[in-house]
Every structure is written in structure tokens, then in C-alpha cells.
Ligand binder design. Structure first.
Ligand SMILES: [Zn+2]
Ligand SMILES: [Zn+2]
Length: 880
């Protein structure tokens, strides 16, 4: 006897149990050497930050990977999903330095060694939080291969790459303008800076002439930087300043003489057309200074405070304090000519939102342009395919205009730069191992204090995780990978760099397909953010509805659009579906013979409904498979849902009840077909809803192994049966028609009806009446008789279906007087609504002013009301 299923589906118990069983049985671990004739399928997880905890974006991203991986595993591929975490340099610093501040300590006060000790301790304690959360979600990663970007082997790969870039002339150390975050106290890359417009001011300051004349008025949004000015510039074509060019002016508050120069980069339309040049604190000014050989004075330091290069009274002030002081002094001394409101473009640190300071410093740079070329070609050739395709253009645009990448960060947690400076000669050595001696003979070598940008190691992730630069078994067997699944916002930071790094160091693309998933927004269309409190928490959802329900809903919403909106109510969809699957299984279990082979019975034993459901299953399977292959996950989920709920449960299971209950012959065949269809559905739902499907699959046949490794349903084109679909389609039209009549005429649910079928074609009515017999219960029909076409029984409502008319005689079923009054009232009200809406729609004013979609919706409603009125009139006529 089959085991009984609990009346209510309880996800928490079975999700935990199955995840443990999968892991213990090694279901997620592929063989060391792929041997499957289907080949291999490999995905490397986008490593979540060590500091991370699962948010909706992670949930979606990892669930999609899991869906793909689970499907390939069932389809017979040797499947590897390799997990790991990222050391997340800046994020860890933010967390730890905040904790230090609470103890009244600072990073520098603590020292490098102690800080790193704390960082490792922190990782030990909290670093795996997100890994456990991925397990809750059901992710089928091979945890025996768990990696971390700072594992010794992966760190070795980072060092190797740095040295090879150096040896190949793709890496240099240079004095360059970088984005400096004074709060994070490190350089940040262009991609880690967010540009915002804020309400600011434009100040007009007079720089008096050094000799005769009026001097020049410059406009600036950052008066504090004037202390570092080394010139004033105008556009050479600007007639207003023709005479000023070549003269000298005096820098107010400082007294330094500045040349007035002409440069094409100056926009004559900005402010007065004359701008101050602060080479060390503005990227454009730096360019101009290079062309005119102007000195660069660093007046703001790494903490955002004024340096000793400024007059004593401003030294040590913060940028903000200094601005106040400078403005006050300019006012007092009469240099401030005007102040205007101005929209100021601000660059802020993506991590901490502090205004980024353009800062001239010595940093390490990777020449990306050269590396980008083959990476661009690989995508152009189709070696790497982007889905959706539109991201290809975004990628090309960036690759065509790529700049050098500043890879050094003034942080400690991360991969320390393998370069050693000599205290004697001032030169440096780049090396794989710490050198003992400089070329000059000195032994006074100090390693660079800085670490590498976290993305430097992330760029190597697809092959560093496999053991590169060693030629490991995994490098041989499981590299390159097949699929990368990512959010589109890191296409440059990460995707592009992985492609060029892999091509450079392994000679192969790191993956063949990149799937960019949509961004999840709140119900109001805002960005989901834990800190803003505008998110839906996936762990709460899993707690409340189960992982399967959470996953189903996310999949059903996952279109190939840019984004989708999410509110917690949407998860009812997934919860209702898991309950429905559970209940279908409970219904079926008693009829399923465990000993019986799950195969479909021979054609001779199949009845029309069986042939129909098998044909519909094959169509749904084929549609779903196509959607899956094209990575239209929402279509995949919805196709399965519609077939399962709308056809299998609502029609087929209802239709075979008399057979299963022994009231009609063919019960065994019905049970076997029902079970076969359910089994295929469980397997196809499994990648989306792994837990409930595993439970039920095993419940139906405990001996046959995991659903997670069950064979993927193959095409069964021989089951397609257009004739059965058409015939059943006609019968279901009749059932629907009779159900409608029952509803519209208020026929009590307990009453049975005798229907009359009138068809043009001779014998058609009788044939339909016969075929309909097994489905009578679906509309509480007790008998079906026939009538010549064109005739109509008395007091009967018509249910129209295709090439025949089906009548439901109502005598004895309802009280005609009461029903006629009700119908008449309903019709009167509908006519009233039609009149009102017609008036509204013929009002030119309304049609002109209202939004087009409102007008269209009203027009649709009018059509519906007219159809309702016509049907009410017909129903009335039937009773008269
Ligand atoms: Zn910052
Ligand atoms: Zn030396």
C-alpha cells in the first residue's frame, strides 16, 4: 500500500530532509572525469561577498543557475556547479572599521597584522552565512569544491597574473588622477563611482591682474580647491579674453601669480568662460596641466583634509570646513563677485556615498585596451553569447572605449601587491616570491602596502577556482565552463574582465553563454535595498511559503526584460501551486499500483480522454522545453503551470474519476496514464521546485532513486493526437457551455440537467452524446439526447459549442417567474450602464483629454456590456 501523504503540505520539514539526503548521497558531485556521452555542463557561481546575506537578487540569480544545473544533471550531463565566496575587500573593511570605531580604535592604530587577524576571525565566524542561505534556497552546488578568493591556490593565481601582466608590459605604476574616497581611504575605479546631480552653487571669484587691468573673474563649484590653482584658462576662440591670454593674475587669499592660458578644452559657455586650473584635484584640469606643463599642487590629503601646501590658517581643515572659510574670506576681502544656484554633478563612492575626490597619486594600472580586443572579437564571433542579446551592444561600446584600470587599493584585506620597493635606490621589483635583494645589492626591501582591487581576483574566478595555473584534473575536465548567470550591472566590472583574463591566460573563453537576469524592483518600481527597508527578504519568504513556492514565483516573473516588480503577495502563486501539486498527489496515491511499471498502457487500452491528455502533455513538454532552451524561464514555468492546473487537474483528473472510482470501466489504464503524466510533470517541475517534487517522486516509487537524478523527459511525438484533441476540445466546449448556463440561470448546484444536442451533420449529435457520457459529472449532466438542427426545445437555454448547439431545458429546475424577474432586472441595469458609458465615450472632451489607455479600456468595457445584455436577452427569451 502506498504511504499516505500528510493532508497539508509542510515545506520546512521535507526541505531540510531532502537537502541533507542529496548532500550525503553526493548527488551534486560529478565524477572526477566526465564520462557521459551527453558531455559536461559547468557553472561557476558568481561568488557572493563574504559580508553578504541573501537578498532577492542573489535568490533570483542562484535559482536560475540551479534550474539550469538541475535540468542538465537530469538530462545526463556530468554537471558541476562550483561554489565559493569573494573576500570583498572594501566591504570587509567597512564592517570591521565600523566595529573598531565602536571600540574607539582605528585601522591604522591597530596595525596591519592585528587588523588582518581580526578579518580572518570574522571570516571564520560569519563568512559562510550566505552559503547556508544558498542551501536553504535549494542550490545544488558541489560543496566539496567550495572555494574562497583568498585560498592559497587562488591567491597564487592572482600573483601569477600580476607578474605576467608586468612581464608582458600590460601593467604599470604611474602618477595618475584617480577617484579617491576619503572615507574608505582608497582609490576606487570609475565603475565604483556613482554620478549624481545635486543642488549646489556656482561662485564667481575675481582674480586680480598682476599688472595693469581688471584681472579675470572665474566661476567655480569648488572654491576650496582654488588654493591649489596653478593657472587660469580660457578658450582660444573666446574674443572676451583675447587680450588676457599670456598675462598673469594673482590668486586671492594665497597671493601666488598664475598664468592665463588658452586651451580648447575650456567651455566658453560655462560661467564666465574663464576657469581656474587645479591640476591635482580635477581630472580635466590635470589633462590641461599636462599640455601646458603646469605644476600640480596636492592641497587635499587622503583623509579629505587640507595639506601644508595651503596657507597656514586653512591647514588641517576638512574639505567642507575649508570651503566655508575660503568663501568667508573671499567675501571679506571683496573677491566674491556673485553666487548663483547651480546643478552640480557629483561623483560619490558607491560603497559609502562619500563625495569622491579626484586625487593625483601613484597607483598600479592594467592596460585594458589591448586585452579588450580579443575579448571583443570572441563575443562578435559568437564564442560567447549574451542573453538577452541587447547586452552585446553595451559590451561592445565599453570595450571600444576602455581605459586603463587602476588596480591598487589602499586597503589591507585582500591580495597584497607582489612588488617590493628598495629603500636604497628607490626602484621596485615585481616578483612571484619575495626577493631578498634588490638589483642595486641592497637588502632593504619593503613590500607594497596596498592590495589589489577585489575585481582583479574575481576576473580570474572561472579558472582560478579550477586550479590554474596548475594543469589540474579540473582544469582538464571541467574548464571552460558553459554558463555565467549575472546581473547586468556588473557587465564591465566583472563579465568583460573575466573574458579578457581567460583569453589571455587560458587561451579559451571562460564560458559560452552569459545570461543577464532582470533586476528586481519593489512593487512601486523602486530599487530593492535592505538598508532602505524597501526589499522583500527571500529568507522570510522561504520561512513563510517554502523554498519551492518562492522559487516558482520568481521563475514565473523572470522575463527577459530589464526589470520586474515584486511584492510579497505574488508568492501566493507559488504557494497555491505547491499545494495543488500536493493535493493532486494525495488524490492519486490510492490508485497508483506501486508494483506497476509507470509506462503508458498500450494504445488499445486508451480511451479518448487518455489520448487527449497524453497529446496535450507532449505539446506542453515541447513548448516548455523550447522556452527552457531559449532561457525564457517565465514561459517555462507558466507552460507547465497551465497544463498541470488547467488541463491535467481541472479536466483530466475530473474526467477519470468515474473510472478510478470503479463506476466506469478502464480504471487501470486511467490510473497508469494519470500517474505517467504526473511523473513527467514532477520531473519537469523539479528544476524549479526541487523539494516537493523529490518528496512526491519518491513517494510514488521509493525504490527508484532521486528525482534530482531522474531521467529528463524526452520528446514523445508519437503521442501527439490532433484528432483526440479536437474531439475532446468539442466536448469540453459543451461542458463549459452547460456550466455557464447553470451559473447564469441560477440552477441549484445539486440539480442534474438533461441536455439536448442539435447538430447540422447527421449522426454527429448522437456521436457527441455518446462521447460526452464519461464527462457528464463535470457539468452535473444526467442524460444527453439529440434533436434535428434548427429545432429548439421549449424553455431551454442555449449553450453554443462549435458546429452544434447544446440546449439545457430548464423546466422543473428553476422558478421561471423569479428567474425572469432577476434576468430582467439584470438586463435593465446592464442597459443603464451601456447608456451611461456610450454617453461618456461620445463626449469629445473626454475622449480628447483622457489618456488613450483609459479610453480604450472604456471601449472594451462597453463591448463586454453589450455582449452581456445580448446574452441576458437570449436567456430571457428562453424562459418566455
Ligand atoms: Zn567610500
Ligand atoms: Zn635598490
Amino acid at each position: 500500500m502506498p504511504k499516505e501523504l500528510a493532508p497539508r503540505y509542510d515545506p520546512s520539514e521535507l526541505e531540510e530532509r531532502w537537502y541533507r539526503e542529496w548532500e550525503e548521497a553526493g548527488v551534486f558531485t560529478p565524477p572526477p572525469q566526465p564520462a557521459s556521452p551527453r558531455g559536461k555542463f559547468v557553472v561557476v557561481i558568481p561568488p557572493p561577498n563574504l559580508t553578504g546575506s541573501l537578498h532577492m537578487g542573489h535568490a533570483l540569480n542562484n535559482m536560475i543557475q540551479d534550474i539550469c544545473v538541475r535540468q542538465r544533471r537530469m538530462a545526463g550531463f556530468d554537471t558541476l556547479w562550483l561554489p565559493g565566496t569573494d573576500h570583498a575587500s572594501i566591504a570587509v573593511h567597512t564592517v570591521l572599521e565600523r566595529a573598531l570605531a565602536e571600540e574607539g580604535l582605528t585601522r591604522r592604530g591597530l596595525g596591519r597584522e592585528e587588523f588582518l587577524r581580526r578579518a580572518w576571525a570574522w571570516r571564520e565566524k560569519y563568512g559562510d552565512t550566505i552559503i547556508h542561505q544558498l542551501k536553504r534556497l535549494g542550490c545544488s552546488c558541489d560543496w566539496t569544491r567550495l572555494r574562497f578568493t583568498m585560498d592559497p591556490a587562488l591567491s597564487r593565481a592572482v600573483g601569477e597574473v600580476f607578474v605576467r601582466y608586468w612581464e608582458d608590459g600590460l601593467l604599470y605604476r604611474g602618477l595618475r588622477m584617480v577617484n579617491w574616497c576619503p572615507r574608505c581611504r582608497t582609490a576606487v575605479s570609475d565603475l565604483e563611482v556613482r554620478h549624481e546631480e545635486t543642488d549646489g552653487m556656482l561662485w564667481y571669484v575675481r582674480y586680480p591682474a598682476a599688472g595693469d587691468g581688471e584681472g579675470v573673474v572665474v566661476a567655480t563649484t569648488r572654491p576650496e580647491t582654488m588654493l591649489g590653482d596653478t593657472a587660469v584658462a580660457v578658450n582660444p576662440a573666446d574674443e572676451r579674453y583675447k587680450d588676457a591670454v599670456g598675462s598673469r593674475v594673482i590668486l586671492p587669499l594665497v597671493g601666488r601669480e598664475l598664468p592665463v592660458i588658452a586651451d580648447d578644452a575650456v567651455d566658453p559657455a560655462f560661467g564666465t568662460g574663464a576657469v581656474k586650473i587645479t591640476p591635482a584635484h580635477d581630472a580635466d584640469d590635470y589633462e590641461i596641466a599636462q599640455r601646458h606643463e603646469l605644476p600640480a599642487l596636492v592641497v587635499i590629503d587622503e583623509d579629505g583634509r587640507m595639506t601644508d601646501e595651503v596657507p597656514a590658517k586653512y591647514r588641517g581643515l576638512s574639505r567642507e570646513e575649508c570651503r566655508e572659510a575660503v568663501l568667508k574670506d573671499l567675501q571679506i576681502e571683496g573677491f566674491l563677485e556673485a553666487t548663483k544656484a547651480y546643478r552640480v554633478p557629483l561623483a560619490v563612492c558607491d560603497r559609502c556615498k562619500t563625495v569622491v575626490e579626484p586625487y593625483l597619486s601613484r597607483q598600479w594600472f592594467v592596460k585594458q585596451a589591448e586585452l579588450a580586443k580579443p575579448a571583443r572579437e570572441a563575443v562578435a564571433r559568437g564564442d560567447v553569447k549574451f542573453i538577452p542579446e541587447r547586452w552585446t551592444k553595451v559590451y561592445f561600446d565599453w570595450m571600444d572605449n576602455v581605459h586603463d584600470w587602476c588596480v591598487s587599493r589602499q586597503l589591507w584585506w585582500g591580495h597584497r601587491i607582489p612588488a617590493w620597493f628598495c629603500d636604497e635606490c628607490g626602484e621596485f621589483v615585481v616578483a612571484r616570491e619575495a626577493p631578498t635583494r634588490c638589483a642595486c645589492g641592497s637588502e632593504k626591501l619593503r613590500q607594497d602596502e596596498d592590495v589589489l582591487d577585489t575585481w582583479f581576483s574575481s576576473a580570474l574566478w572561472p579558472f582560478s577556482t579550477m586550479g590554474w595555473p596548475e594543469d589540474t584534473p579540473d582544469m582538464k575536465s571541467y574548464y571552460p565552463t558553459d554558463l555565467l548567470c549575472t546581473a547586468p550591472d556588473i557587465i564591465f566590472l566583472w563579465v568583460a574582465r573575466m573574458i579578457f583574463s581567460a583569453l589571455k591566460f587560458t587561451g579559451r573563453v571562460p564560458f559560452h553563454t552569459v545570461y543577464f537576469h532582470p533586476m528586481i524592483q519593489t512593487a512601486e518600481g523602486k530599487r530593492m535595498s535592505k538598508s532602505l527597508g524597501t526589499g522583500v527578504d527571500p529568507l522570510t519568504l522561504i520561512e513563510r511559503h517554502g523554498a519551492d513556492a518562492t522559487r516558482y514565483t520568481l521563475t514565473a516573473l523572470c522575463t527577459q526584460s530589464q526589470s520586474f516588480r515584486l511584492s510579497e503577495e505574488r508568492f501566493d502563486l507559488g504557494r497555491n501551486l505547491t499545494n495543488k501539486i500536493w493535493n493532486a498527489a494525495r488524490f492519486l496515491l490510492p490508485y497508483v499500483e506501486l508494483a506497476e511499471d509507470e509506462g503508458v498502457p498500450p494504445a488499445a487500452e486508451l480511451e479518448l480522454a487518455d489520448r487527449w491528455v497524453l497529446s496535450r502533455l507532449e505539446r506542453a513538454r515541447a513548448d516548455a522545453q523550447r522556452a527552457f532552451d531559449e532561457m525564457r524561464f517565465n514561459d517555462y514555468a507558466q507552460t507547465l503551470y497551465q497544463f498541470f492546473w488547467g488541463e491535467y487537474c481541472d479536466w483530466y483528473l475530473e474526467a477519470i474519476k468515474p473510472r478510478l472510482y470503479g463506476k466506469a470501466p478502464g480504471g487501470d489504464a486511467a490510473a497508469r496514464v494519470a500517474r505517467h503524466v504526473f511523473d513527467v510533470l514532477l520531473r519537469m517541475f523539479h528544476p524549479i521546485m526541487p523539494f516537493v517534487t523529490e518528496e512526491l517522486y519518491r513517494m510514488f516509487a521509493p525504490g527508484r532513486g532521486f528525482c534530482a537524478r531522474a531521467p529528463w523527459p524526452e520528446a514523445a511525438a508519437e503521442r501527439l493526437d490532433a484528432e483526440a484533441e479536437e474531439r475532446i476540445g468539442a466536448l469540453f466546449d459543451v461542458i463549459r457551455g452547460v456550466r455557464n448556463v447553470r451559473a447564469e440561470m441560477n440552477v441549484p448546484p445539486a440539480s442534474v440537467v438533461d441536455i439536448v444536442i442539435a447538430a447540422e451533420e447527421a449522426g454527429r449529435g448522437a456521436a457527441v452524446a455518446e462521447e460526452l457520457r464519461p464527462f457528464f459529472e463535470l457539468a452535473r449532466i444526467s442524460s444527453a439526447s439529440t434533436l434535428a438542427a434548427g429545432k429548439r426545445p421549449a424553455h431551454a437555454a442555449a449553450a453554443v459549442g462549435g458546429d452544434m448547439t447544446v440546449f439545457v431545458p430548464l423546466e422543473g429546475l428553476i422558478d421561471f417567474d423569479v428567474e425572469m424577474k432577476r434576468l430582467a432586472r439584470a438586463r435593465q441595469k446592464t442597459e443603464g450602464d451601456i447608456a451611461a458609458l456610450s454617453r461618456k465615450l461620445s463626449d469629445e472632451n473626454f475622449v480628447k483629454k483622457a489618456p488613450a489607455d483609459v479610453v480604450a479600456a472604456d471601449a472594451d468595457r462597453l463591448e463586454t456590456l453589450k455582449a452581456t445584455s445580448a446574452r441576458l436577452a437570449e436567456n430571457l427569451a428562453a424562459l418566455e
